[in-house]
Ligand binder design. Structure first.
Ligand SMILES: Cc1cc2nc3c(=O)[nH]c(=O)nc-3n(C[C@H](O)[C@H](O)[C@H](O)COP(=O)(O)OP(=O)(O)OC[C@H]3O[C@@H](n4cnc5c(N)ncnc54)[C@H](O)[C@@H]3O)c2cc1C
Length: 413
């Protein structure tokens, strides 16, 4: 059989693309090397803005509403803030992803599990995907195989990215989830270059983790132990300790080429500041399905309209998030003080997670002062002392200044 769409990878990006492509009437095949339910290292933070992109309730897999946060600086003093409405729910990826895959198959998607893609052959009018000892033919291909996926590269679309790496573990408190964390996230910031540490409450256990720039990966285990102790957890109590990459797209990295496109982590669409990736996975999966439908219907010559949509709508948000990231990591104490000390700023952050505000609103609100964000971001990338302070010198090829101190061309362009 020749499919209209072959989607490789059945995480949130792939299952969303497949579900919506099938709902558009496209013959859709969804391949995954794993068999569902399968787990994935992830905090499972499912923001309200993500839930708003999904046209059905996630209540069966959304375990805890989150109304607040406790942010601490370098495992020291902290501030707790709550919000009247939920900002997120927490989910276990094994359950969430299996639920989303089931919705994709209910929409008509054909699912092939335990089928690892090994090779891709591209032709102007079709693709042939070799997986699990079989050859599958489709008019279009979606690379949704996550941070370590090779499908885009196999299709000749490798793009450069910056890598963050996370390590997480779980603890099941014998007396249940402490009240402090029942409906709150804990974030520890200020000495984890490129990332942060967290404690997230799931149904019956707590997820503790830390993420940093990938070259600092060898320090992750000692960081995790330190943070666990700070949260009152003996490192030996942690179970299910595992790590995974979080890829950050470089400006200009390819998103679509002819009849192939990339979504979610495979495209590096994670938010560089919060490291939230499920939102962009679902967002890009939906956008992909619309452009796949137009292409298959003969209304578009190729899938570059998808790339234009990502570049026009999502990429500017990621770009702003990267600049907020620079400022935050260069001066974490000041930023935490401003965000959590000024109630309107905290309300703004809560509304960002609820999808009622965007990063673009940050610059709109700052008005003429927005130039300060750009200046500090550029200075953080260009001035060696600031670069060191922000932890950017951990990267062999850190993001270059983009606004005022720009030299030469943008990385990856
Ligand atoms: C420690 C950690 C904590 C995180 N916490 C959060 C959080 O709290 N909230 C949030 O929003 N984001 C979080 N993220 C990011 C989030 O996990 C990802 O952004 C998200 O999973 C991306 O979804 P995806 O569908 O693109 O890829 P994935 O969910 O990684 O799915 C990719 C799929 O492709 C399959 N695959 C891979 N290779 C092949 C192959 N060759 N053939 C067939 N199938 C293949 C895999 O089996 C997998 O099922 C976290 C990440 C990490 C590492």
């Amino acid at each position: 059989m020749r499919y209209d769409v072959i989607v490789v990878g059945a995480g949130p990006a792939g299952s969303t693309a497949a579900r919506e492509a099938a709902a558009h009437g496209l013959a859709t095949l969804l391949l995954d090397k794993a068999t569902f339910p399968r787990d994935k290292p992830c905090g499972g933070g499912l923001t309200v803005r993500t839930q708003r992109l999904i046209p059905f309730s996630l209540a069966p897999v959304a375990e805890r509403p989150i109304h607040g946060m406790r942010v601490t600086l370098r495992q020291g003093r902290g501030i707790t803030r709550d919000f009247p409405e939920p900002m997120a729910h927490l989910a276990q990826r094994a359950r969430l992803d299996a639920f989303l895959v089931a919705r994709a198959t209910a929409a008509g998607t054909v699912l092939r599990e335990g089928t690892a893609v090994k090779a891709v052959e591209r032709y102007p009018d079709r693709v042939v995907v070799r997986a699990g000892g079989e050859a599958f033919e489709g008019r279009t291909l979606v690379a949704a195989d996550g941070a370590n996926g090779r499908t885009a590269a196999l299709a000749g679309m490798a793009g450069e990215r910056w890598l963050v790496v996370g390590l997480e573990g779980n603890v099941t408190p014998s007396a249940g989830i402490p009240d402090e964390w029942a409906n709150r996230l804990g974030l520890d910031v200020g000495d984890h270059p490129g990332g942060y540490a967290w404690i997230f409450p799931k149904g019956d256990h707590l997820n503790v983790g830390v993420a940093v720039w990938q070259p600092l990966g060898p320090t992750l285990r000692s960081r995790l132990d330190r943070v666990a102790r700070f949260y009152g957890v003996a490192p030996t109590e942690l179970w299910g300790v595992r790590g995974h990459h979080l890829p950050l797209r470089r400006p200009g990295a390819p998103l679509a080429d002819g009849n192939v496109l990339t979504v979610g982590d495979a495209a590096g669409l994670l938010d560089p500041f919060t490291l939230e990736g499920i939102y962009a996975a679902v967002w890009s999966g939906r956008a992909a399905a619309r452009h796949l439908a137009a292409f298959v219907a003969g209304e578009a010559p190729d899938l570059t309209g998808y790339a234009a949509e990502v570049e026009g709508e999502l990429a500017p948000e990621l770009d702003l998030a990267r600049r907020v990231h620079d400022v935050f990591h260069a001066m974490p104490a000041l930023t935490v003080g401003v965000i959590w000390g000024a109630p309107p700023v905290w309300r703004f952050c809560s509304r960002l997670m609820r999808g009622e505000r965007s990063y673009a609103d940050v610059t709109r609100r700052l008005g003429p002062f927005a130039v300060g964000l750009d200046l500090i971001s550029d200075a953080t990338r260009a001035v060696p002392a600031l670069r060191r302070r922000a932890g950017l010198d951990a990267l062999a090829d850190p993001p270059p200044p983009e606004r005022f101190l720009r030299r030469g061309k943008t990385a990856g362009a």
